[in-house]
Design a protein around this ligand. Structure first.
Ligand code: NAG
Ligand code: NAG
Ligand code: NAG
Ligand code: NAG
Ligand code: NAG
Ligand code: NAG
Ligand code: NAG
Length: 816
């Protein structure tokens, strides 16, 4: 605009110098008046053009009358449109055939066409990704027998079935072309060796085994599922020289809902089906998600491929049911130490005692061995994301909503297709609003990802491809994975997004109307957990620095029907009977996600909580201090009363102690910790002092964040209440520019916490506040650089991380 004003003003001045006659004064006056009117009109025109592109929903503003659908009407459409019946129909479709990553293009096309029917422009985007598909497998228990001639031979004592039973009452379990039990990204191999029971296979479990002198090298591990991400159980086994791994589901982790407790098993009751198997990826997810051959860049055809040595296991593994595990666990009876000789972590949920399992550690003697054979075909093959877009009026503010479509099985009624059915209802609802003439302020992108199960492949490759645009324009990413497997609302989110979850859930009625009128918020304890990994938000949060959330309805573990995760019994029939009879909660979560999307996409002032972020950071610094204190305590004072902890908390503690060779520290070591090391490097005490700098930086951030939030609140109030007269363009323009400035600050706040070099040993992870725990995989670690340095007692590195984080905090304060 200044470039257009300046020449006009110059002309006025020049003419005034040339004519000095009195009648020219009138002319001069007329020229000035005319010019002023011209300026006024061109300004008005520019502003008008500006306003008509940004139709801020303020009643006094031009363009507003053209908004056919108000925000309140939009919310009503989003609450009224989703239906249980339609969700059930989509669920039935997605679960009616196999849809392993890269194997079902027709589901991608079907989804795209549905979204277009709903009125959303959509396309299929494909990547060439490295995936494995099962060819053959075998698991057998062999016993050496001396023949009559004195020669010894091996007799098959037990041959594992490795298949899940076909059940009359579950039609998916018998589908043609159903998918065998296997691990995504597992190594091919054929190994025969004695077996060792390694409990959950956490870092700490293996440490306990080493301490007890249990021989691991050359042995095959049998680990129970639970606690940490499965690939990490295999990673540690491999590091310790073990040659194969068997993962089984122990009913001891199902709480009271067990056959041992007299509860009938699926399909007759809600307890675990004894033949059910948890498939799943064994990629080292906390090191690198996505296509393992293309770290940091998209898997487009023809791109260079990297070796996978540090990201995929080199030892073979198979997942099995507890039926198949029983003979192997029993073969361990009487061999090596008993679990109860270790510590309480080993006897928490020994759920097969009633079947005669003593939970001995082993190893089995040399004449009792296991043969584990696993053959996988590795290929580079296309997979298909579906992307739908609603253009907003502000081009560089974008909300992305995504769910994956691929499953390990033909079913997947919970994981992920309850989410897929719900996403379709969300897309349909926004389509209904568009049909009424609504247009959002911000662009909305819907994504149906492929390849999530193997390692968040579809979403990661997409983020890697569009990274510059995402970093510039993406305001928030909203994830849905398992949408519904029970009745209890659960959420994980970046702190900036906490507010919007509270507000949206308070606007949606719960299907539970025991107390009439109660909302989802009324029945939810308000807990929001930290984002870890294990779903498609990872690349957005940890690689692109976009605030993310993930919402679902889940069951209460240990009380509600057992959810058959990654098993054939995660089926439409299970969902209809146990997970969400009537698909009521499918409709509800669609309403919640729609309201969240609408609030972020269509409210003029972005409703983020910057102070919430600063407060959370203060809490995280305290958490780091507590961890440091615990490390500095003598061993005896450090022991926790684990009987009071949840299984999740135990897994976190046990998974996060990555290297406990220093758990038993002698007094000399303790002395060293509190002073300087001999070589003058920083000690724990110095590190503790350095942490005080973080408190200071966080408190500065709190000040600027609080200021930003109150500015935002004031602007939101003005948009709501202020009546700016139609002719007062400058005032309106000023308001718009102020909103724009606040929104931009909110948009980039999360980006301040990206560190280009990434975390130690896993440079793809760029966020200094959030990452999956290195040895937990699913659950989120805060300040991973600090926590890992404390774990390895590397105080030099710990101090380096204080500097890095302090820098990020200062940068964030400066930007706000
Ligand atoms: C893909 O999924 C659809 C619907 O679930 C199913 O009918 C079809 O058989 C599947 N295609 C393949 C190749 O498995
Ligand atoms: C696996 O190796 C054993 C020998 O250790 C061999 O007898 C068996 O045939 C092999 N299995 C397969 C499927 O190759
Ligand atoms: C562990 O085994 C090694 C050698 O195999 C032995 O030297 C050591 O004493 C054993 N430690 C314990 C605690 O049994
Ligand atoms: C199992 O049920 C008993 C009695 O109903 C209860 O006290 C206990 O807390 C339950 N255990 C779990 C793990 O839910
Ligand atoms: C949305 O905007 C993009 C880029 O400007 C354009 O290519 C696309 O056709 C638009 N879509 C719709 C539905 O208007
Ligand atoms: C249903 O609502 C009642 C009343 O608020 C509550 O006590 C109960 O726990 C709720 N049940 C579920 C499954 O949400
Ligand atoms: C554990 O820590 C010790 C001492 O810091 C170190 O020597 C050792 O290599 C570490 N082990 C692993 C597996 O990181």
């Amino acid at each position: 605009m200044p470039t257009e004003q300046t020449p006009l003003i110059t002309t006025v001045r020049v003419s005034s110098h040339r004519h000095r006659y009195s009648h020219n004064v009138v002319r001069r006056f007329c020229t000035i008046a005319l010019s002023s009117i011209l300026i006024w009109f061109s300004l008005a025109f520019i502003i008008l053009a500006f306003f008509s592109t940004i139709q801020i929903p303020h009643h006094a503003w031009p363009g507003h009358h053209r908004r056919k659908v108000s925000y309140e009407q939009l919310r009503q459409v989003l609450l009224d449109t989703p239906s249980s019946k339609e969700a059930e129909e989509w669920s039935r479709y997605y679960t009616s055939g196999p849809h392993l990553a890269g194997k079902n293009e027709s589901q991608a096309i079907w989804t795209k066409e549905k979204w277009e029917d709903f009125g959303i422009q959509s396309e299929v985007i494909s990547y060439d990704t490295y995936l494995n598909f099962p060819v053959d497998h075998r698991l057998a228990l062999l016993e050496k027998k001396k023949g009559e001639d004195g020669a010894s031979s091996r007799k098959v004592a037990f041959e594992a079935s490795l298949v899940e039973d076909v059940l009359d009452q579950d039609s998916t379990s018998g589908l043609e072309g159903r998918i065998p039990t296997f691990h995504g990204y597992s190594a091919s191999g054929n190994v025969t060796a004695p077996v060792v029971y390694v409990n959950y296979g956490t870092y700490q479990d293996y440490e306990d085994l080493l301490k007890a002198n249990v021989s691991l090298e050359g042995k095959i591990a049998i680990a129970r599922y639970g606690g940490i991400f499965r690939g990490l159980k295999i990673k540690r086994a491999q590091e310790l020289g073990m040659i194969g791994a068997i993962l089984y589901s122990d009913p001891g982790d199902d709480g009271n809902v067990t056959e041992a407790n007299g509860v009938a098993t699926y399909p007759d009751g809600p307890a675990r089906q004894p033949s059910s198997v948890q498939r799943g990826s064994v990629e080292f997810l906390s090191v690198l998600p996505g296509d393992p051959t293309t770290p940091g860049y998209p898997s487009k055809p023809g791109v260079p491929r990297q070796p996978t040595d540090n990201i995929l296991p080199r030892i073979p593994s198979v997942p099995i049911s507890y039926m198949d595990a029983l003979p192997i666990l029993k073969a361990l009876n009487g061999h090596g130490p008993a679990a109860k000789d270790f510590n309480r972590y080993w006897t928490l949920n020994t759920g097969l005692s009633y079947k005669g399992v003593d939970y001995n550690i082993g190893p089995t003697p040399d004449d009792i061995v296991v043969n584990l054979y696993n053959e996988q075909e590795y290929v580079t093959t296309p997979l298909w994301n579906v992307i739908g877009i609603i253009n907003g009026t502000i081009p560089d503010e974008v909300i992305i909503v995504g769910n994956h479509r691929d499953a390990w099985i033909a079913g997947g009624a919970g994981d992920p297709n309850s989410g897929s059915a719900v996403l379709n209802e969300v897309v349909r609802s926004f389509g209904a609003a568009l049909a009424l003439g609504w247009k959002p302020l911000r662009t909305i992108v819907f994504a149906s990802w492929d390849g999530e199960e193997y390692g968040l492949v579809g979403s990661t490759e997409w983020v890697e491809e569009y990274l510059p645009w995402i970093r510039k324009a993406n305001v928030a990413y909203l994830n849905l994975d398992v949408g519904v497997i029970g009745k209890y609302f659960s959420a994980g989110a970046a702190p900036l997004l906490h507010r919007v979850i509270y507000e949206a859930t308070a606007g949606v009625q719960s299907p539970n109307q025991t107390v009439p009128g109660q909302t989802v918020r009324d029945l939810w304890d308000g807990q929001i957990h930290v984002m870890g990994s294990g779903s498609d938000f990872t690349a957005f949060q940890d690689f692109a620095g976009v605030p993310c959330l993930d919402v679902r309805f889940t069951g209460h573990e240990h009380e509600d029907p057992v959810y058959h995760y990654h098993s054939n019994y995660d089926s439409f029939d299970w969902m209809e009977k146990y997970g969400d009879p009537g698909f009521l909660y499918h409709r509800t979560i669609a309403q919640v996600l729609s309201l969240i999307t609408a609030q972020l996409a269509d409210v003029p002032v972005i409703t983020f909580g910057a102070a919430d972020y600063a407060n959370a950071l203060e809490g995280y610094v305290k958490k780091v201090e507590a961890k440091l204190e615990a490390i500095l305590l003598p061993r005896s004072e450090r022991d926790l009363d684990i009987s009071m902890l949840s299984e999740e908390a135990i897994a976190e503690i046990r998974g996060s102690h990555q290297n406990t060779s220093r758990i038993d520290i002698n007094d000399n070591d303790r002395h060293r910790r509190h002073g300087h090391n001999d070589d003058g490097k920083p000690s724990a005490e110095l590190f503790k002092k350095a942490l005080e700098r973080l408190h200071k930086a966080v408190s500065e951030l709190t000040t600027s964040a609080t200021k930003l939030d109150s500015q935002a609140k004031e602007l939101a109030r003005r948009v709501e209440e202020e009546h700016i007269p139609w002719w007062d363009w400058p005032k309106r323009l000023k308001l718009i520019l102020a909103i724009r400035a606040v929104n931009t600050k909110y948009k980039y706040m999360e980006r301040s916490f990206l560190f280009d070099d990434g975390l130690d040993g896993r440079p793809w992870f760029k966020h200094v506040v959030f990452a999956p725990g290195l040895w937990t995989g699913y659950s989120g670690a805060v300040f991973p650089g600090l926590v890992e340095s404390i774990d390895s007692e590397d105080w030099t590195n710990a101090k380096r991380w204080v500097d890095i984080i302090e820098n990020c905090l200062k940068q964030a304060s400066k930007r706000l």
